[in-house]
Design a protein. Sequence first.
Length: 282
Amino acid sequence: MKKNGSTKITGILGYPIEHTASPCMHNAAFKALKLDWEYIPFEVKPQQLKLAIKSIMSLGMQGVNVTIPHKKAVVPFLDELSDEAEFIGAVNTIVRKGNKLIGYNTDGEGFIKALEEEKISLAGKNVLVLGAGGAANGIIYQLLLGGAKRITIANRTIEKAKALGKHFKGKGNIEILPLDNSLKSAIKDADILINTTSLGMKDADVLLVDKNSLPKSLEAVVDIIYNPPETKLLRIAKKKGIKTMNGLSMLLHQGALSFELWTGKKAPIEVMRKALCQQFKM
C-alpha cells in the first residue's frame, strides 16, 4: 500500500501470484533511482479481472503487469493497444496515460534482448517452438522480425498450433506439428529449440522431447521457465555441450521495458538482474 500520499503504485495481476519474482526487481530499481514508487503483487481471480482493471484508474495507479491467466482476457477492458499487443492479442503491461489505459506486450522484445545478451542469433535460423500459448505468440512475432528462416510450432493440442500458424500466415515460413514422435526429424533440422510451455516449472524432471533426440548440432536450447533455474531439458542440453538459456533474462528484459513505459526513465538493468539473482540464490 502507499507509503505516503505521493507514492506511485504499480504491480502485477495474476492468479495464482505467489511465484512472481517481479516485485523484487522492480522495487530494487525504484530504490536505485530514488523513485517514490512501489510494486505490489495482486491476486486476481478471472471473475474479478474487469473490476481489477477499473481499479487501476480509480486508485490512481501508474499501471500494472499482467500475467497468467489474464494476458488475453484483459484486452477488452483497455482503451488502446500498442501495435504489437493488438496483433498478438495479448497484453503483459498496462500503462495509465491521463484517463486512458493502454496495453503493451513486452514479452517478445524482452525475449529477443535476452537472446542478444547470450549472443544467440536468429538470422536465417530454423527455430522449433514447443507450445502455442500466449508466450509463444509474442515470441514468434519477434522471431519473425528477427529474421528466422523457418519456425516450426509443436503443440499437444494441434488445433491450437494450427490457429496460431494461421494467425501468422503471410508473415513468414511457419510449419505446424503435433507434440509427439514426429518431433524427432524437426529437432534434427532445427538450429534453436525453444520451450514456451509451463511444463517443467513445478516438476523439473518433466521432459517434452526424448532426451536421445537432442542433437549436438543444436546451437541453443531455450526454456522460458525460470523457476527452477535449470529444467531437465536444459540439464540434458548442457551435458551435450549445447548452449542453454533459461527464462530469467527474458523476465529481466521484459520487466525493464515495462519499467521504462511506466516511469519514462532508463531501467537500471544490472540492479534488477542482481535482485533476481539474489531471489533465486544464483
